[in-house]
Write a protein that binds this ligand. Structure first.
Ligand code: KIV
Length: 271
């Protein structure tokens, strides 16, 4: 008896087809096994193990402190849970800026030890040689332009990028260079919607927007932000698709009360 097993795993080729067919790509960040299982079962196309873990998991104010070892540790749990979606792992600050050789060594280690499908790097023309090396080594690379949080100290904050013509022109040029170097997709963060639309029309690979309007090929959000877990953070581009912060506080409050009142566990919850 022959059994036909359909391969339903997302691939970079399929993502390109989705762009060509006008089918939107849904991406979220995730940093652990349990939540990734839910995201995967809910039909997410791509998961980013983002260096935003530095903020939402580790409690740092910036993405800069997180290390290669910490990113690999988080990605392993995500990869174990991801049955259908493509898992992209962020290369953290310092892991690809020192030299091309060092970048390739870190990238190969991150792919081998995490089992991720692809890596993401922030920047344009400045990191083009590194991207070319990684693509040549067989690693699928996602680009990231616009607001690039690893450069926050240089950018001077997390404001909207590429409002002026000079920066917008550079971003368009960078996007073409990344596309030409073989990036399978490009994240566009916090740029005007009309510019994101121009980039999306210009490049052959899919664009994934965050705070970049509705004309990109897909969207990405930080999971803790869109679930309402990160309660103090509500920029204009963010939609809360749930209020889990309130739900968690409510549930924990009830648990505390039940323990204090000795109503938990009850007789049916005991052996
Ligand atoms: O680290 C991250 O979560 C990201 C997304 C905001 C795109 O880079």
């Amino acid at each position: 008896m022959s059994v036909h097993v359909q391969n339903t795993r997302m691939t970079t080729t399929r993502l390109r087809q989705m762009k060509q067919q006008g089918e939107k790509i849904a991406m979220l960040t995730s940093y652990d096994f349990t939540l990734t299982t839910l995201l995967d079962e809910a039909g997410i196309d791509m998961i980013l193990v983002g260096d935003s873990a530095s903020n939402v998991v580790c409690g740092n104010s910036y993405t800069l402190p997180i290390t290669v070892d910490e990113m690999i540790f988080l990605a392993r749990g995500v990869v174990r849970a991801a049955k259908h979606c493509l898992v992209v792992l962020d290369m953290p600050f310092g892991s690809y800026q020192v030299s091309e050789e060092d970048a390739v060594r870190n990238a190969v280690r991150m792919m081998k030890e995490s089992g991720a499908d692809a890596l993401k790097l922030e920047g344009g023309e400045e990191i083009l040689p590194v991207i070319r090396h990684l693509v040549r080594a067989g690693i699928p690379v996602m680009g990231h332009l616009g607001l690039t949080p690893q450069s926050v100290n240089q950018l001077g904050g997390y404001g909207l990028r590429a409002k002026e013509a000079v920066e917008a022109d550079k971003l368009l040029r960078d996007a073409q260079l990344l596309d030409g170097a073989g990036c399978f997709a490009i994240v566009l963060e916090k740029i005007p919607a009309h510019l994101a639309e121009d980039v999306t029309k210009l490049v052959s690979c899919p664009t994934i927007g965050i705070g970049a309007g509705n004309m990109t090929d897909g969207q990405v959000l930080v999971l803790h932000d869109m679930l309402g877990l990160n309660q103090g953070f509500k920029p204009k581009f963010l939609r809360h698709f749930a209020e889990l912060g309130d739900a968690v506080k409510g549930a924990v409050g009830q648990y505390v009360q039940a323990v204090k009142q000795s109503s938990f566990p009850n007789s049916s919850e005991a052996y």
